[in-house]
Design a protein around this ligand. Structure first.
Ligand code: AMP
Ligand code: MG
Length: 488
């Protein structure tokens, strides 16, 4: 392990580079001409002992754009592969470089990574750069996801480079500093399984297990228990996405983190009007990563992980397949249980069972038919939002409310308990797409006030007395033409 430090700066370590060199390549970021800090996350900076740095804005901009490297620091790009829209591809950090690992104030280890910091050996035809609007989007969305108490990578800084980046139109470049429990993905295991000798897959497994799930190493079959660990994290993660109407947009296996954090905020968005098949990403023409498909896709991706772990589960391939299949067959049940529990909590009913599902199906079908706003509908139910929208005068809605009340009475659930549960489960605030877009337009001009306002509000999304009318948040005409773009 290499490490370096200087007065009042955190120690930056690198345990990942103890892996064989097929897993990474030492790579220096490409310096930029006039770096300027656009966003700086004070709260996160404090947790990692970076507060002192904020006093010197120039040094901050230099370092977090990757333009001045401190001595002793050996950044690197990581190798990985992935199934993109179902097709296996060799990838790797094409525009990201890992700075190293830093312990937070609680002693937990996190990766720090520059994103948009120049070409690497894995860049293929890409320029290694990122636009300010894409990096500002990741900054806003990841911090909002954190506010929603959903596992996620976080963002420490966005530094504009002062250099043009050529996309459909010319934009300013920017470097995001991403903070993650690690950047090890399902695709990292696929890479080791497909391209490296078995002993290197074993080394990756041991390193990852020690870092994220050390207890599995004490079990009879560590690899099988590790698979279970990752499965449970994904069940929790995707259930949370479904709870708040989040659509990741590009759930390729290289964008699925082993630690169970939401990672890679490319074309993601939160839906307004409910539609089970909602898709925002411009390239997802078949709706592979549509809202309700996310559960099935998570299962598919975990199947790819299971496949890559086979030689570690058992040296006998048939036996390994049998064990992995048995474990994978539990996944459906875990998802089902977690999903049903979450649905119940959204309507204030704990311990919902499968036989209660028609109640929820009727509600979701009504939301779909009336394109009701997903977030606000649950606030209407809770009684904290009086809608102007005529759909809430609909007979179907009124009948459903009546059945819901009867159901609560039958189950002996007191109204105050139902409300308390709904308050914890349903956000009153999500980063609405039109607000995100205006924050990004603003940020592209070097202005941050709209984004800062959005970020500040996103810190307490379960608060109820926010002092303004929720309905003003909902755009007229829902999300019909809203599109998001990948890798910009
Ligand atoms: P993403 O869609 O951001 O998950 O990226 C998928 C793959 O494409 C990763 O290997 C990225 O590193 C790579 N990539 C995306 N954009 C660029 C770029 N501008 N230059 C080089 N590589 C890129
Ligand atoms: Mg990615």
């Amino acid at each position: 392990m290499s490490s370096f430090s200087f007065p009042s700066y955190p120690t930056i370590e690198s345990t990942y580079t103890s892996l064989p060199d097929s897993f990474f390549q030492y790579t220096k970021p490409t310096p930029v001409s006039s770096p300027k800090v656009l966003f700086w996350n004070d709260e996160l900076a404090y947790d990692f002992h970076f507060s002192e740095w904020a006093k010197d804005k120039d040094a901050l901009a230099q370092f977090f754009s990757g333009s001045t490297l401190r001595e002793g620091l050996n950044p690197f790009a990581q190798a990985y592969a992935g199934h993109q829209f179902g097709h296996f591809t060799m990838l790797g950090d094409g525009r990201a470089i890992l700075i190293g690992e830093i312990l937070n104030r609680s002693g937990e280890r996190f990766d720090f990574q520059w994103k948009g910091s120049g070409r690497t050996r894995y860049s293929r035809n890409g320029d290694g750069r990122a636009t300010v609007s894409a990096m500002a989007r990741e900054y806003i969305m990841s911090e909002a996801t954190f506010g929603l108490q959903i596992p996620t990578t976080r963002s420490l800084a966005v530094v504009t480079t002062g250099e043009p980046v050529l996309r459909e139109e010319i934009q300013t470049g920017a470097v995001l500093t991403r903070v993650a429990k690690s950047h090890i993905r399902v695709g990292t295991f696929e890479y080791a399984y497909q391209a490296l000798p078995l002993n290197e897959l074993e080394v990756l497994f041991r390193y990852t297990a020690e870092r994220h799930a050390p207890d599995v190493l004490k079990q009879n079959n560590p690899a099988l228990n590790f698979l279970e660990f990752v499965m449970k994290r994904q069940v929790d993660l995707v259930t949370n996405w479904m709870r708040v109407g989040f659509i990741h947009g590009v759930m390729n296996t290289d964008n699925m983190s082993i630690s169970g954090e939401t990672i890679d905020y490319g074309p993601c968005a939160f839906m307004n009007g409910f539609s089970a098949k909602r898709v925002f990403s411009s390239i997802d023409v078949n709706g592979r990563y549509a809202y309700t498909n996310q559960v099935g896709i998570a299962q598919w991706n975990l199947g790819c992980l299971a496949n890559s772990l086979l030689p570690l589960i058992d040296p006998n391939k048939e036996k390994a397949i049998e064990l992995a299949k048995a474990k994978m067959s539990e996944l459906e049940t875990w998802f089902q249980e977690s999903y049903i529990r979450m649905l119940g909590e959204k309507i204030g009913i704990p311990h919902l069972t499968e036989k209660d599902l028609p109640l929820l199906q009727n509600l979701y079908q009504w939301m779909q038919d009336s394109e009701a706003d997903f977030t606000n509908t649950f606030l209407v139910l809770e009684g904290v939002h009086s809608p102007k929208d005529s759909i809430y005068n609909d007979v179907r809605w009124k009948d459903w409310m009546k059945t819901w009340q009867e159901e609560k009475t039958k189950k002996g659930i007191r109204d105050e308990d139902a409300i308390a549960l709904m308050q914890k489960t349903n956000p009153s605030l999500i980063p609405r797409n039109h607000l995100v877009e205006s924050a990004l337009t603003n940020a592209s001009q070097g202005l941050t006030s709209i984004a800062e306002q959005l970020i500040t509000r996103s810190k307490s999304p379960y608060q109820r007395d926010i002092g303004y009318d929720y309905t003003t948040e909902v755009p007229m005409g829902g999300d019909h033409n809203y599109q998001t773009f990948c890798g910009t």
